[in-house]
Design a binder for this molecule. Structure first.
Ligand code: GLN
Length: 224
């Protein structure tokens, strides 16, 4: 791309990550383009919280990244946890093309089972951990926030009030989780009400919130 073209597109608001076609996540550079959400620093908390439990993992722990997008979560974990078995799903075949390109670049393609489909529908075996950074932005907020306009709407805007896609995942999860099993789901800072929702959808589960450095809810943590 010509420099003049770059500056023109940048001034139109195209995110820098799309212009240079990479974004750093958990210390590594991932290829990104407009087919996928740009990885955010706050999503690294998902990785950190998972790795904290690595010493207690069963041999060949099975972890699924639902709605993998660029693949940054599944690929980071494949690299950090050499014995883990990873699954990554996405409803967008375009996104999976990007995720698989990244997995090839990091030489972990044979460690991750990529599956096209909605949430957990393509999964046929039980897993130990379910991780997800699903779309959770409310449609109204998305319309008002111009900075989000260049990213795939389907990766950002959640169903209903924004939390609907996460709720659907909660409904699908129980039969597919081993005991003990865990879920870690990224949520919006005003979506702490999901704790009650998760408690009612997963009776008997321990549910709490993990806060980010600013003290705002960032991850919904569920232990079954
Ligand atoms: N954290 C992003 C934002 O609020 C949203 C990412 C998502 O929907 N998963 O801009």
């Amino acid at each position: 791309m010509e420099f003049a073209d770059w500056t023109r597109r940048r001034s139109q608001g195209v995110p820098l990550a799309y212009l240079r076609q990479w974004q750093e996540f958990f210390g590594r550079r991932f290829f990104v383009d407009q087919r996928v959400l740009i990885p955010r620093p706050e999503t690294e908390l998902l990785i950190e919280e998972t790795l904290r439990f690595a010493p207690d993992f069963p041999e060949n722990v099975r972890i699924i990244d639902v709605g993998t997008g660029s693949g940054c979560v599944a690929i980071s974990l494949a690299l950090e946890l050499p014995k883990a078995q990873l699954f990554a799903t996405d409803i967008s075949p375009d996104a999976l093309t990007v995720a698989e390109r990244n997995a090839n670049a990091f030489k972990v393609h044979d460690r991750i089972c990529f599956l096209t489909g909605d949430l957990l529908i393509p999964i046929q075996q039980k897993v130990d951990w379910i991780l997800a950074n699903l779309p959770y932005v409310a449609a109204q907020r998305w319309q008002q926030e111009l900075s989000l306009a260049y990213e795939p709407r389907a990766a950002l805007v959640g169903e209903g009030d924004g939390t609907g896609t996460i709720c659907r995942l909660l409904r699908q999860a129980l039969p597919l989780l081993n005991h003990p099993g865990r879920m870690l789901l990224e949520i919006g800072e005003d979506q702490g009400g999901l704790v009650k929702k998760a408690q009612s959808l997963l009776p008997g589960a321990e549910v709490d919130l993990l806060l980010d450095l600013a003290g705002l809810p960032r991850l919904l943590r569920i232990v079954v």
